[in-house]
Design a protein around this ligand. Structure first.
Ligand SMILES: [Zn+2]
Length: 197
């Protein structure tokens, strides 16, 4: 999930790239995670994966990133890492589940790293109770509210192979994609202008 666009730089040797929304890997639910899967993809432990995912999320200016968005088959996402949201709190969630959601729903505008420049106002439950394993493999239960609750719900949809575009009406979607195309044009022009100076 993203709430701003900020293209930074990445220092790690190994890089993860976002894959397009048409890629079947972003459209499929992810099987449960276990630590044996890490070595198949050349990660030595959870920490190496969580560090790289966090850096990738920051590089693209997101506040949430799920493994299938970068073509990895792990049932894991990270959320947070934004200085203005709960002082930069970051949560690493392996095998996450939503145990319960509040009846109260709130309207918030969401973005997604898989859909650059697309922003959609969506209603979702305000609070959730979530369970997941953390980067050490310890089981955690969290009561989430505000942006962290929103980000968790958005990323959890990715785990299920769903994208936030499925939650919007066709009218809202058309409008958001039109706006995004314009923003993308501006962004490309800016990049070109910078390259020529
Ligand atoms: Zn997303």
């Amino acid at each position: 999930m993203t709430n701003e666009v900020d293209i930074g730089s990445i220092t790690n040797d190994r890089k993860l790239e976002l894959i397009p929304p048409s890629d079947p890997r972003v459209q499929c639910a992810i099987a449960p995670f276990n630590d044996d899967m890490l070595s198949e993809h050349h990660f030595k432990d959870r920490k190496e994966l969580t560090d790289l995912m966090y850096e990738t999320m920051k590089k693209y200016g997101g506040i949430g990133l799920t493994c299938n968005q970068v073509g990895l088959p792990f049932n894991y996402f990270c959320i947070g890492g934004h200085p203005q949201i709960e002082s930069g709190l970051t949560i690493h969630c392996f095998n996450p589940i939503i145990v319960s959601s509040s009846d109260e729903e709130v309207l918030m505008t969401e973005g997604c790293l898989t859909f650059p420049f697309v922003f959609l106002p969506l209603k979702r439950p305000r609070k959730i109770v979530a369970k997941f394993e953390d980067e050490n493999g310890d089981l955690q239960e969290a009561n989430l509210d505000g942006m962290m609750s929103r980000a968790f719900q958005h990323e959890y949809d990715h785990i299920l192979g769903r994208n936030f575009t499925e939650k919007a009406s066709k009218l809202k979607l058309d409008r958001a994609f039109k706006k995004a195309a314009k923003q993308m044009e501006k962004y490309k022009k800016r990049i070109e202008a910078n390259a020529n100076t």
